[in-house]
Design a protein around this ligand. Structure first.
Ligand SMILES: [Mg+2]
Length: 406
């Protein structure tokens, strides 16, 4: 990277909680915890809840004891992804080269020479105004330095740090494990050589660092010394696999009920494929039986698709193979792999004319967007009327968006 450019790192402040607050103003200023799928663990928390002593990964019963006044909501990755895309649009308005690093973190290139501190502030403010998510922005000479800058400027910070004296002052007070890519195992290898702070690492002999941490560590050494060597990935890779499923909410022995679950999971999978704008080339079904045994089968599709009817046909055949009939099942997963972006897909030679099924799929999407998820769904899911109706069950298995569960 030429020295006339600098690197920015933008990172949302307690992203899952901030995302929940975007759509529910009631949560502003309150102690908020976001729970994992089963509602058992706190996977993210607001600063208010952090002050009460709640830690990420803590079981809900401990969190409730420390923070009984907290509001606990179930995580909704789909919503977080929606906001993540909006965030990406905002970052792109400031920089032509953006790396989508994680759901709430972006690296971006900026030309040096302009007032970078002011730019960081403008980005931060634009993000809050346009998406509603508070973020911290750090700008520095390399990706590794930019991330350290934004990590230390949290929350709602905006900082540009480009001269060596300021870098040294920062590196001096940070432990080496603060560097993204150096966890406790790597730190333990550095310790006997007296390398404890980030500055120790930056000032260590480069060849020693390479010997201890391979070329990965050597790259970090260059980065800490202000030489940008890590590549910039501006293309977001498609997912390798998408899957839907989980508990069957009890034991299921009757074929028609299991088939209904299959239809439900395939519908949810289609929803995911559409959301991520990919089509699948292979479909797998995994079944876990009550007696602990399990079954798995995969079907290759003649052409990449996101059509419910074609996927259901493949899923039905895979289920027949994966399920040991007569044995009650307790879990099911349906997975799509060999994903391709929708734009590159050609129609299969033997595919049925797509107009009709696509018209049905479009209608289904529109009705559901208007009046509620799964309002219009496959008739094959009729045996599960209780699952779609029952609120108590829907918490665990239905992914009701933003449902407050405690
Ligand atoms: Mg974050």
């Amino acid at each position: 990277m030429p020295s006339s450019t600098a690197v920015g790192h933008l990172d949302a402040d307690c992203f899952y909680v901030s995302a929940e607050r975007v759509r529910d103003h009631f949560l502003h200023g309150k102690a908020v915890g976001v729970l994992g799928n089963q509602g058992a663990c706190v996977i993210a928390k607001s600063y208010e809840m952090k002050h009460a002593g709640v830690k990420t990964g803590m079981p809900i019963w401990d969190a409730l004891r420390l923070c009984p006044q907290g509001v606990y909501v179930k995580r909704d990755f789909r919503w977080y992804e929606v906001l993540s895309r909006r965030m990406l649009d905002v970052v792109r308005a400031f920089s032509p080269r953006v790396e989508y690093y994680s759901i709430d973190e972006f690296f971006f290139e900026v030309s040096a020479g302009i007032n970078l501190r002011e730019m960081a502030e403008r980005m931060r403010d634009a993000m809050l105004r346009e998406v509603g998510v508070p973020v911290t922005v750090g700008i520095a000479r390399t990706k590794t330095l930019a991330k350290l800058v934004s990590d230390t400027a949290k929350p709602f910070g905006a900082l540009a740090l480009l001269d060596r004296a300021a870098e040294v002052a920062l590196l001096e007070r940070l432990e080496v494990t603060e560097v993204s890519g150096i966890a406790s195992r790597r730190a333990a290898r550095l310790e006997p050589h007296g390398i404890r702070s980030c500055l120790d690492l930056a000032r260590a002999d480069r060849l020693l660092v390479r010997r201890l941490l391979t070329i990965t560590g050597e790259a970090l050494w260059y980065e800490l010394n202000g030489e940008a060597v890590l590549p910039f990935y501006t293309e977001r890779p498609p997912h390798k696999m998408l899957s839907r499923g989980g508990s069957l909410g009890g034991t299921v022995g009757q074929p028609e009920r299991l088939y209904a679950w299959l239809a439900r999971n395939v519908e949810r999978l289609v929803e995911e494929l559409e959301f991520h704008m990919v089509r699948t080339g292979a479909l797998s079904v995994y079944i876990q039986h009550k007696d602990g045994s399990d079954g798995f089968a995969r079907r290759m599709l003649p052409a990449h698709t996101d059509r419910f009817d074609l996927l259901m046909e493949a899923a039905r055949s895979a289920l027949a193979r994966a399920w040991s009939a007569e044995r009650p099942a307790i879990r099911m997963h349906v997975a799509a792999s060999q994903l391709r972006r929708s734009g590159f897909v050609q129609l299969g030679l033997f595919d049925a004319p797509p107009e009709r099924v696509e018209a049905v799929a479009k209608l289904k999407r529109e009705v559901n967007a208007e009046i509620g998820r799964f309002a219009l769904r496959s008739g094959a899911t009729l045996p599960l009327a209780d699952v779609y109706r029952d609120e108590a069950q829907s918490y665990d298995i239905c992914d009701v968006r933003g449902k407050i569960c405690f």
